[in-house]
Design a protein around this ligand. Structure first.
Ligand SMILES: [Fe+2]
Ligand SMILES: [Fe+2]
Length: 257
């Protein structure tokens, strides 16, 4: 099935911000100031995200789902939440393992307690706009959160491209490859079925507004996670949409042309 013009418009609104996020990783990997220390910092922050943005909210949603088990639909919904909780926990393990493998004897261990200390304000800003969209915009808000999750996997794709540069880069590429495919599925779960739902023109518009608002906040979130590879004025340019759009893979997403 071909995507509707509304779905295409939504993806076109998101695509420049996806490529803006990818630019951060490209600049980081090419930078002379990248070191084992800076790698450990972004990996620790990624482990934090997998745990506190990925696992913890899904476990909470799982408890709510258990209490509301009533029919096939609610059983299936809980199945999805628990599968995603398992996958996010696996992502956390992959990054925590990676941290341990790359850490030297003088680096602090990434215990669960230490993980909390890797929270960063730009990530909190993104988390709070997501909470706000969910609570104020209901199902459209939740849908927007699912669509922007992972930022079109550009971190994982970019890390996979660094394979062959060093033993550490190979290990990073291995871990990121594992995460990449799960995250694509998670994003598709946000997009899947959009064309089967009777969304009004205003709802499509709202979905585009909410997703781009979230993606704009992903730029400073990632830039801070990676130790600010982009200057502040470039971050603002990207937030204004000043970026060549990333090509969305409609075939991989299950659409015909
Ligand atoms: Fe994840
Ligand atoms: Fe995810």
């Amino acid at each position: 099935m071909a995507p509707s013009s509304e779905l295409r418009a939504l993806i076109e609104a998101n695509a420049p911000l996806w490529s803006g996020e990818a630019e951060i990783f490209g600049v980081y990997w090419a930078s002379a100031s990248r070191s084992r220390r800076t790698d450990l910092a972004w990996i620790a922050r990624q482990a934090y995200k997998e745990m506190f943005d990925g696992v913890v909210p899904r476990l909470a949603a799982g408890e709510v789902g258990l209490a509301g088990l009533a029919n096939r639909h609610s059983r299936n919904e809980l199945l999805t939440v628990l599968r995603e909780a398992y996958e996010e926990y696996r992502h956390y393990c992959l990054f925590a393992d990676l941290y341990e493998e790359l850490a030297g004897p003088d680096d602090p261990p990434l215990t669960f307690e230490a993980l909390r200390g890797w929270s960063w304000p730009e990530n909190e800003a993104l988390a709070s706009i997501r909470v706000q969209h969910r609570s104020e915009q209901g199902p459209i808000g939740a849908r927007a959160c699912a669509i922007t999750e992972g930022g079109y996997m550009t971190l994982f794709a970019e890390a996979m491209r660094q394979r062959g540069r060093s033993a550490a880069d190979d290990r990073i590429a291995d871990a990121c490859k594992e995460v990449h495919d799960d995250e694509f599925t998670h994003m598709l779960e946000g997009i899947a079925g959009l064309d089967d739902e009777p969304l009004t023109a205003r709802e499509w518009e709202l979905l585009a507004e909410l997703t781009t608002d979230q993606l704009r906040l992903r730029i400073p979130m990632r830039n801070a996670q990676f130790g600010f590879p982009l200057p502040a004025d470039r971050v603002r340019e990207i937030q204004d949409g000043n970026c060549e759009p990333l090509a969305f893979d409609y075939a991989q997403a299950g659409f015909g042309s």
